[in-house]
Ligand binder design. Structure first.
Ligand code: SAM
Ligand code: SF4
Length: 463
């Protein structure tokens, strides 16, 4: 576990010579090459307090994100299959000791119904989420759920990529999960700070820090080559947490030649009977949160940075500008909530934490268009075997955009035709036209043909 070196991280953050404005400016200039930064440079950036430099950092994060991922924002929604859990995480409503939570594990039929609802909203990408339970969230059960969701079909529309966020597994269990054809395997360390980790996870299998820390190595060993890491901000000092999270990312890249496919940045939200969520020990304010997202973008330019509906709409809009590339929309965090009527008491009694953005997918899509972002429902990379090091090569060199633009426009045209409200359809069609206008004549003609094929009824065209 020596790659999470607490003494080294603290020494970087405390040494004022390592945080002077010259070093901070040098790091910003270096980051523009899109080759990433080292830990020392990142610590200097996290210590920026000056507003002028901070704005330069934000501006650079936007530039880097656009160089690699353009103005695209990939859309997804979580699907919770069970809220049963044997752990006792002090911040989560699913914790074992929360006797007031109404417990529910969906049947395979109920999971299909939830997926049908998400398809009917226009979603193509799901994050399947589960509490940790030896029977209720076994890899065989999760795998069968994945297989059932892939079968859902609604006029040629379907869920085309299923990522999974579940407890860490053994290599053998990860092999089972892989055999069902999942996209990314996600697991957040929550906090990399050893003592805080043990306090927050007093018992249950999650108490074991190392088992969780090496989950990605076991997943990669099992052949799952897109992995997503993250930290739950608010448990410990955000500067420490960001540097430790980046140490993890660098270590995966060094060891496996595959850095994290995604990095998630959840922040603690209020949750029923979860003491650490009611009063986060190290609450992160919005400005610091924006800074840490920007630093991650400069440090790991190739990674997808995921922002969930935990955050309010206004802050989400602000964070899109500093490097976010994937967002959830129209989410619910309790099992069965999509089918149940929205905002019902039952949903509240079963949910994991409170959300900050309650807008529908259609509202989020329209808002993104109005802000100049292109909502993408693309799932092509994983289905065209561009995973692991093949994806990394394209992302690190910035050539991924050539493939992404036609895929994003084709899937967005599908959304506009099949699911958008009248108002969103207008914004979407304008956005598609603007994107086409940005292309060279040759690629405009090529992409136009693809968009026309979708307009004429073809579905699921991808490259
Ligand atoms: N039970 C598995 C686990 O803990 O790894 C699967 C995922 S858990 C349902 C999803 C994630 O929700 C956790 O990893 C944690 O980061 C996040 N989470 C839990 N409680 C939260 C809260 N109060 N606010 C925000 N995020 C929370
Ligand atoms: Fe269980 Fe995950 Fe919630 Fe912890 S965060 S109580 S492991 S569902």
């Amino acid at each position: 576990m020596e790659f999470i070196n607490e003494n080294y991280i603290n020494s970087l953050l405390e040494n004022k010579y390592k945080s002077d404005a010259v070093l901070q400016k040098d790091a910003i200039i270096k980051s523009k090459e899109c080759k990433g930064l080292n830990l020392e440079e990142c610590s200097a950036l996290l210590n920026i307090e000056d507003d002028v430099l901070l704005n330069e950092l934000f501006h650079t994060a936007k530039e880097i994100k656009e160089k690699i991922y353009g103005n695209r924002l990939v859309m997804f929604a979580p699907l919770y299959v069970t809220n049963l859990c044997v752990n006792n995480c002090l911040y989560c409503a699913f914790r074992r000791d929360n006797k007031e939570l109404k417990r529910k594990t969906l049947t395979i039929d109920e999971i299909r119904e939830e997926a049908e609802y998400l398809v009917s909203q226009g979603h193509k990408r799901i994050l399947l989420v589960a509490g940790e339970h030896p029977k209720k969230s076994s890899m065989q059960f999760i795998g069968e759920a994945v297989a059932e969701i892939y079968k859902v079909n609604h006029n040629g529309n379907n869920i085309r990529r299923i990522n999974v966020n579940s407890a860490p597994q053994s290599v053998d269990n990860f092999k089972i999960l892989k055999s069902f054809g999942i996209g990314t395997y996600q697991c957040f360390q929550e906090t990399y700070h050893f003592n805080s980790y043990h306090k927050m996870h007093p018992d249950g299998p999650k108490h074991d820090y190392a088992w969780r820390l090496f989950a990605m190595d076991r997943a990669l060993q099992a052949g799952i080559d897109d992995v997503g890491i993250g930290a739950l901000f608010g448990i410990t000092d955000y500067k420490f947490e960001t540097l430790a999270l980046l140490s993890h990312a660098f270590n995966l890249d060094e060891k496996w030649g595959i850095g994290p496919h995604t990095i998630s940045v959840p922040r603690l939200e209020p949750a029923m009977n979860a003491p650490a969520a009611q009063k986060p020990p190290f609450a992160v304010d919005d400005k610091s949160f924006k800074k840490l997202v920007a630093v991650i973008r400069l440090a790991v330019p190739y990674t997808g940075i995921i922002l969930s509906t935990r955050e309010r709409a206004e802050l989400r809009r602000d964070l899109f500008q500093v490097g976010i590339s994937q967002i959830s929309a129209g989410s619910r965090t309790s099992p069965g909530a999509y089918k149940e009527s929205a905002d019902s008491l039952e949903e509240f009694e079963m949910q994991q934490f409170q959300l900050g953005d309650h807008r529908t997918l259609d509202e989020v899509v329209n808002d993104c268009c109005n802000l100049g972002y292109l909502p993408s429902f693309c799932t092509a990379c994983y289905r065209s075997q561009r995973t692991g090091d093949r994806f990394m090569e394209l992302a690190k060199t910035g050539t991924i955009g050539k493939i992404c633009v036609p895929n994003a426009l084709a899937t967005f045209k599908e959304y506009s035709m099949d699911y958008a409200s009248e108002e969103t359809k207008k914004s979407a069609d304008l956005m598609i036209q603007n994107e086409l206008n940005k292309q060279t004549e040759e690629s405009r003609n090529r992409i136009n043909k693809i968009v026309d094929r979708v307009a004429n009824g073809e579905r699921d065209i991808f490259f």
